[in-house]
Write a protein that binds this ligand. Structure first.
Ligand code: S3P
Length: 172
């Protein structure tokens, strides 16, 4: 191995179901860094995302999401980690600001790439009804935010996780 160590924490952003968690996990493994999936952290602490949305509402979810991300970024200050964020996390102004200190990786995909995954159903409350159309709308609306924050963009339409991770490392 080359022993490449990125100078800053690597944060994966992008629309739902593009593979932020899967690619992040593999990327962390390849670089021998810790992997933090912020959605998973929320679930460990508060229960499933569907339950949080149903019981406490989206605004509550957004507040704890911002807190979990801020804590994880603070913990990564002295040693870089790889983090994957939920698709809507970057809409929080405080989160967006904190990402200035990280290397932000935007995973980009089209509807065809994610169609199967979102139709299978995945406990994503924002895709509970009319998932294909909702995904399309959210990806379109959030696209400019992802692009504005991105240091690196990776098109995930083609390639296995392994290949995409290798491409990504070459871009860092
Ligand atoms: C959301 C994306 C989800 C999860 C929640 C809300 C969003 O994460 O945080 O359901 O607003 O796009 P993934 O991007 O991992 O699906």
């Amino acid at each position: 191995g080359g022993g490449f160590v990125p100078p800053r924490t690597l944060v994966l952003i992008g629309p739902m179901a593009v593979g932020k968690s899967a690619i992040g996990q593999e990327l962390a493994k390849s670089l021998a860094l810790e992997f933090v999936d912020t959605d998973q952290k929320i679930v460990q602490k508060y229960g499933s995302i569907a339950e949080i949305f149903a019981g406490r509402g989206e605004n509550f979810f957004r507040r704890i999401e911002a807190k979990v991300i801020a804590d994880a970024l603070a913990a990564g200050t002295h040693r870089p980690v790889v983090m994957s964020l939920g698709g809507g996390a970057v809409l929080d102004a405080g989160t967006a600001q904190l990402l200035a200190d990280a290397t932000v990786i935007h995973l980009d995909a089209d509807l065809e790439t994610v169609r199967g995954r979102i139709l299978r159903g995945s406990g994503r409350p924002l895709l509970a009804e009319d998932p294909v159309e909702r995904w399309r709308q959210l990806a379109l609306a959030r696209g400019p935010v992802y692009r504005a924050l991105a240091d690196v963009t990776l098109d995930v339409r083609t390639g296995t996780v392994d290949v995409l991770v290798r491409e990504l490392i070459a871009l860092l």
